[in-house]
Design a protein around this ligand. Structure first.
Ligand code: GLU
Length: 298
């Protein structure tokens, strides 16, 4: 039997905080308990926000926590061709369409629909309005003309076509820390015509994560509950691309004293800041509910 494969997949767009530490420690702990492998993946598709110094800091922070991972580390920015190939498969089957809308265009179209109908336009699980479908009705000729003219565009999944092709029911298997498993229903349609290739980079979080998990043979995905809804879409992509579906565990989030999720954007205290304030890796483990790691003898 092949060994279970776990991975921690941070984005180097800021310093790691306790929420990341929890996810990384849990992945490593479960890999150990299940007799599996632990991989680290750098999710740096956003070449404007990701920075080499943040990547270096990830290695430093995780080593400080006492974690060890397999080399080489997969860095997504070195594998755009893999995501392009997956996208071409979807494109070749007519499952995607180009979208030239800006966020402002979408907000305006949605406001218009809301004024017409007197009803709130549906939102996706991240709270963004579902794409109102403006570019879905462009003729292929018009779309090709705009692409040839160099107009910036994203690519969206055509959920109307996909619903016919793969009506479902969709689902995946969830696993618990004690190894128990159960079936979970997934609803990919609640994402609307999701962006599968962004305007600014030749992939998206959803596409690259699904392609990489398959290429790296990941069998157990352990990530925060904030990504639970994304799994519904990942399941659909796995079915479309004929990729194996890993088991999933969505863990609770580490909250700040106000009860908010820790976030780089909210200036949550980083592991580096805790470290310079004298906090030890053992303190972090204890605070996050992991038994203290034996201090390496020097
Ligand atoms: N890169 C994502 C993040 O930093 C995690 C992706 C995943 O675990 O699927 O939030």
């Amino acid at each position: 039997m092949t060994k279970p494969v776990f991975r921690f997949a941070p984005s180097p767009n800021g310093r790691l905080h306790l929420g990341h530490a929890y996810s990384a420690l849990l992945n490593a702990e479960l890999a150990r308990r299940f007799g599996g492998r632990f991989l680290l993946r750098i999710e740096d598709i956003d070449t404007t926000r990701c920075r080499p110094e943040f990547e270096a800091a990830i290695y430093e922070d995780l080593s400080w926590l006492g974690l060890a991972w397999e080399e080489p580390v997969r860095r997504q920015s070195q594998h755009f061709d893999d995501y392009r190939a997956a996208f071409r498969r979807l494109q070749g089957r007519g499952l995607v369409y180009p979208c030239f809308c800006s966020r402002k265009d979408i907000a305006a179209a949605v406001a218009c629909r809301e004024a017409e109908t007197g009803r709130t336009w549906p939102r996706d699980p991240d709270g963004a309005p579902l794409y109102p479908g403006t570019c879905r009705s462009l003729t292929p000729r018009e779309a090709d003309r705009r692409i040839a003219a160099g107009e910036a565009h994203a690519w969206r999944l055509d959920m109307a076509v996909l619903r016919n092709l793969l009506p479902g029911p969709h689902g995946y298997r969830r696993f618990e820390r004690d190894g128990r498993e159960e079936a979970v229903a997934a609803d990919p349609w609640r994402w609307g015509d999701a962006v599968i290739v962004r305007k600014d980079t030749p992939t998206s979080y959803h596409l690259s994560v699904v392609v990489d998990d398959a290429l790296q043979g990941v069998t157990h995905v352990v990530r925060g509950r904030d990504l639970e809804a994304a799994t519904d879409l990942h399941v659909l992509l796995q079915a479309l691309l004929e990729l194996p579906g890993p088991l999933y565990h969505h863990h609770g989030l580490v909250l700040d004293p106000e009860g908010d999720k820790l976030a780089k954007s909210r200036q949550s205290q980083s592991l580096a800041e805790l470290r310079s304030a004298g906090v030890t890796p053992q303190d972090v483990r204890r605070r996050l509910g992991f038994e203290a790691h034996p201090t390496p003898s020097t």
